[in-house]
Design a protein around this ligand. Structure first.
Ligand code: ZN
Length: 366
C-alpha cells in the first residue's frame, strides 16, 4: 500500500488521449475502438457488445488467459460524455477537457491498474466493462445485464467521488404529469377547462408534503420542472405538463403511492395522465478505506441500480473515482493530476482488498 506504481506516470498521457477521442452520448464508437486497441496490446481479450445503432458498443475485456465466467471482480465505468466536447489541455497541474473527470481519466487509471494487477500481481479473475449511454438512459448497462458473470462478487464503478468510496446512493423517482384542458379566451373561462388548475394543485401538494427521511441517506428531496403551462395569459391553458424528480432516501413505493393519491384527490375531472419514467430505491454500497478517506453518501445516481446482479444482491457495488462531481458536465471540467496518479494505486488496493473479502488466495509477488 502507498507505493506509487511506476505505471502511474503514464496515466496522464493516457487520460489525455482518451479525452481527445470525442464520445458524446450516441457517438461512442471511436472510444470503444480506442479502448479495444489499448486493451489488446496490454494482455486482454476484448469483446464489443452491440447495444444500438449506429455503432454503439459496450466494451468487455478480460485477461487473455482467463474468461468472463471466472471474473470475481468487474471494473466498470461509462464511455460516453455529456456535450459539448472540448479537447484535453493542462493548466495548474490539472487536466481540463470533456470527460476529464467524468470519466476518461478514471478509465485511464482503471486500465493501468488492471494491467498492473495482471502483470505485477498475477491476478486474472477480473473483467472490465465499459458501457455506453450512462449520461442519458443507461442503455449500455441495461444491455450488459445479458452478459454472464456467474462468479462476480464485486463491481467497482468509476465515477468522480473525490477519491472516497461511497457508502450509499440515494434512490431516484422521476415521472411526468400531463394535463389536458380546453383552451378558451380568458375573458370567458366558463367556455374552457383549465389544464393548469389540477396540475398546480398536485404540485402544491407535492411541495408541502413531508417526505421520508433515513438515518444514512438523509432527506428525500424533490425538484419540479414545468415543461408546459399554456400559451398566454389571455388564453385558458389547453395543456400543461410537469416533470418531477425525487431523490429518494427511503420507502420508494410509499412515495409513488402518495403521488397517486394526490393526483386522485386534486384531479376531479380526470385531466391528468401520470407517466412513470424511473423508480428505484436508495442503495447501500460496499466501502473500502482508500487513501485514508472516509466513505460518504451521494445524492446523484449512476449506472449501478441498472445492474441486475447488484440489485438482486448477488454482486456488491463499490463506487470510487478521482475528481469531483461538482466540475463534471461543466465548461471547466478538470481533474487534479496528483489525485489522478494516486488513483492508479487506489484501484489496485481496492481490488486487492475485495479479493481478500472474496476469500481468494492471491498469487501475489508481494
Ligand atoms: Zn459519469
Amino acid at each position: 500500500m502507498g507505493k506509487e506504481n511506476v505505471n502511474s506516470v503514464d496515466v496522464v498521457e493516457l487520460a489525455m488521449q482518451l479525452i481527445d477521442v470525442e464520445s458524446v452520448t450516441n457517438n461512442e464508437y471511436a472510444m470503444a475502438q480506442t479502448l479495444q486497441s489499448w486493451l489488446e496490446a496490454h494482455g486482454f481479450t476484448v469483446e464489443l457488445q452491440f447495444v444500438a445503432h449506429p455503432n454503439r458498443y459496450n466494451v468487455l475485456a478480460y485477461p487473455k488467459q482467463s474468461k468472463p465466467e471466472l471474473a470475481t471482480i468487474i471494473i466498470n465505468s461509462h464511455i460516453d460524455t455529456v456535450p459539448p466536447y472540448f479537447p484535453a489541455s493542462i493548466k495548474d497541474n490539472k487536466i481540463f477537457g470533456r470527460g476529464a473527470c467524468d470519466t476518461k481519466s478514471i478509465i485511464a487509471a482503471q486500465l493501468i491498474a488492471a494491467h498492473a494487477l495482471l502483470t505485477t500481481h498475477g491476478i486474472t479473475s477480473i473483467a472490465l466493462l465499459y458501457t455506453v449511454g450512462e449520461e442519458h438512459d443507461s442503455i449500455g448497462m441495461q444491455k450488459a445485464n445479458e452478459l454472464s458473470f456467474p462468479m462476480a462478487k464485486f463491481m467497482i464503478t468509476g465515477e468522480p467521488t473525490n477519491s472516497r468510496t461511497i457508502s450509499g446512493q440515494k434512490g431516484c423517482y422521476m415521472f411526468s404529469l400531463k394535463s389536458k384542458g380546453t383552451a378558451a379566451h380568458s375573458a370567458y373561462p366558463e367556455k374552457g377547462l383549465c389544464a393548469l388548475t389540477p396540475l398546480l394543485n398536485v404540485l402544491h401538494a407535492i411541495q408541502n408534503e413531508r417526505w421520508p427521511t433515513h438515518k444514512l441517506f438523509g432527506e428525500t428531496t424533490v425538484n419540479i420542472h414545468v415543461e408546459d403551462g399554456g400559451v398566454a395569459s389571455n388564453v385558458i391553458a389547453g395543456s400543461a405538463e410537469a416533470t418531477i424528480l425525487f431523490r429518494i432516501s427511503d420507502k420508494p413505493f410509499y412515495v409513488e403511492q402518495r403521488i397517486k393519491q394526490m393526483i386522485a384527490r386534486h384531479d376531479a375531472q380526470n385531466q391528468i395522465t401520470y407517466h412513470k419514467i424511473c423508480l428505484h430505491g436508495p442503495l447501500e454500497l460496499e466501502t473500502v478505506d482508500v487513501e485514508k478517506f472516509k466513505p460518504y453518501v451521494v445524492a446523484y445516481t449512476t449506472d449501478i441500480p441498472v445492474n441486475r446482479a447488484v440489485m438482486d444482491g448477488k454482486c456488491k457495488a463499490v463506487l470510487f473515482g478521482p475528481g469531483s462531481i461538482e466540475v463534471a458536465h461543466s465548461d471547466h471540467e478538470h481533474i487534479d493530476i496528483e489525485e489522478l496518479k494516486r488513483s492508479v494505486q487506489s484501484y489496485q488496493d481496492i481490488v486487492l482488498t475485495l479479493l481478500k473479502r472474496c476469500g481468494r488466495d492471491l498469487r501475489s509477488k508481494m
